[in-house]
Write a protein that binds this ligand. Structure first.
Ligand code: ZN
Length: 138
């Protein structure tokens, strides 16, 4: 299962940006942790505000995980509060990533998007998201 590179994700999405990068990175992490054998073994649900730039995160996830709207293994749940919560499930295991509030604030205020993406790509995932892992009942 070959996933798209970040550059291919940028081509798919149309532009680079912190939310695309965050989604791509979160998906990459989940794929490494959950190692799905088949594409449809992994499922994703995203809770966030249903407007740009928040929703750009969905394209990042789709490109790095093969969880796509077309295949039905990604669901978007709109919220009214400012948050980004991504849950991946695979064969009874679960990885949940919640974007840290100060990172959300920082990326929303970023003026130079390319610079912000570069910064995000250099930071470890743990400093961007609260990460919980475990069984489905977690
Ligand atoms: Zn975008």
């Amino acid at each position: 299962m070959k996933r798209l590179t970040y550059l291919e994700a940028v081509r798919f999405h149309g532009h680079t940006g912190p939310f695309l990068a965050l989604g791509y990175k979160a998906g990459e992490y989940a794929m490494e942790k959950l190692k799905p054998q088949k594409m449809l073994n992994i499922k994703c649900s995203v809770k966030t505000i249903e407007k740009k730039p928040y929703t750009c995160i969905i394209d990042g996830i789709q490109c790095s995980t093969h969880c796509t709207v077309g295949k039905g293994n990604i669901k978007i749940e709109g919220t009214s509060d400012e948050r980004v919560e991504i849950t991946f499930r695979c064969k009874g295991r679960k990885v949940m990533l919640t974007l840290k509030p100060h990172i959300l604030k920082r990326v929303l205020e970023a003026e130079d998007l390319e610079k912000e993406v570069k910064r995000l790509n250099e930071e470890p995932l743990e400093s961007l998201f609260e990460i919980e892992e475990g069984s489905r009942r977690l």
